[in-house]
Design a protein around this ligand. Structure first.
Ligand code: GTP
Ligand code: MG
Length: 319
């Protein structure tokens, strides 16, 4: 198995049939940077990105798929992998219990909700609690909205009885200036691990969708946005599973004026983001400044709700 994975890592897009340097460059600038992105692409996407014919596109996709380990494994092997999953604490017992003990590694967890619902605070808290629970770990924070606040990390570190300066030292923060930059930064997480030897346990992307939402405006651009977002989600899923990392992403909601029953809001990115996220949590403001987290999609947990409050030092349970 290991040797097969190694072989897969060595092959590049240029090793595919019909791909020369020029085509590889075109593919790369369109965001196709590894074999996985080709393996999950459609013929139409490749044709548009690199101007290849349908026949060549099909050959490329098939070759990329053949070169990858996209096969089966036994239930025992899967169970073994599950044993290495870690649960990262939010600091609230109720919220952790809702999530089956915490936010899981080897998975993508999406929290979506209106402004001020606590998405960013949760990102900060996960950083602090992860650093506390795993003494040699590093956490990565990709900040797309300029809302990362070292002051908050310090306050929360004090709340968790963790040295504040040490906590800040172990958080790698990068500001993402647009969606391309965000995707590039995501790729760099890989080299933090493989080249710099960092033990990354948590990757926060706050917010996942803001740049995509701002850059692709109007109905005509929706398909393009979704394709790009799809590639981003695939890259995140790959990071989560290949390095056993908890990927925490935040997402906004938009008004759904045609919805008369239930909640009149929908998350950005639609089914692309929803489908790629392993766990989905809807956050809303509750009574008296509380926050309510509702688990709406999880592979092995019952749907339910948890109530908590954001305080200076972290999250506090509310009865
Ligand atoms: P957007 O990014 O605007 O979509 O919102 P968000 O969901 O990321 O909200 P965020 O996590 O920034 O939550 C902000 C809220 O957390 C504030 O309105 C406060 O209620 C609460 N909060 C933030 N910092 C503190 C603090 O130091 N003390 C207390 N008590 N509450 C805080
Ligand atoms: Mg925020």
């Amino acid at each position: 198995m290991a040797s097969q994975e190694l072989k897969m890592e060595k092959l590049t897009i240029q090793d595919l049939p019909g791909v020369g340097a020029a085509t590889a460059e075109k593919l790369e600038s369109a965001g196709f940077r590894d074999l996985m992105s080709i393996a999950v692409a459609t013929i139409g996407e490749l044709a548009e990105a690199a101007g290849v014919s349908e026949a060549v596109g099909r050959k490329m996709i098939n070759a990329a798929r053949d070169s990858m380990k996209m096969g089966f494994e036994t239930g025992t092997e899967v169970a073994k992998k599950r044993e290495s999953v870690c649960k990262l604490s939010t600091g609230s017992n109720a919220f952790d219990a809702l999530m089956g003990g915490g936010f899981e590694t080897n998975a993508i967890t999406e929290c979506f909700g209106e402004f001020g619902s606590g998405k960013t605070q949760i990102g900060h808290l996960l950083c602090v609690n992860t650093l506390k629970a795993y003494p040699n770990s590093t956490v990565v924070y990709i900040d797309a909205e300029n809302t990362f606040r070292p002051e908050r990390i310090k306050q929360m570190a004090e709340g968790a009885e963790l040295d504040a300066d040490e906590a800040l030292e172990r958080i790698m923060v990068a500001r993402a200036y647009n969606s391309d930059h965000q995707m590039l930064l995501t790729e760099k997480v890989d080299s933090l691990i493989t080249e710099q030897g960092k033990q990354v346990k948590l990757l926060v992307i706050d917010s996942l969708t803001a740049h995509f939402r701002a850059e692709f405006i109007g109905r005509g651009t929706l398909a393009e946005r979704q394709q790009k977002l799809n590639r981003h989600m695939h890259a995140l899923a790959k990071i989560a599973s290949s390095h056993n990392i908890c990927v925490y992403v935040t997402n906004q909601v938009m008004a759904k004026p045609d919805q008369f029953f239930g909640d009149p809001t929908a998350s950005i990115g639609g089914h692309i983001v929803a489908h790629a996220s392993t766990f989905r949590v809807y956050l809303r403001k509750g009574k008296k400044g509380t926050r309510v987290a509702k688990l709406i999609d999880a592979p092995n947990l019952a749907d339910g709700e948890a109530c908590f409050e954001v305080q200076e030092s972290g999250l506090k349970d509310v009865a």
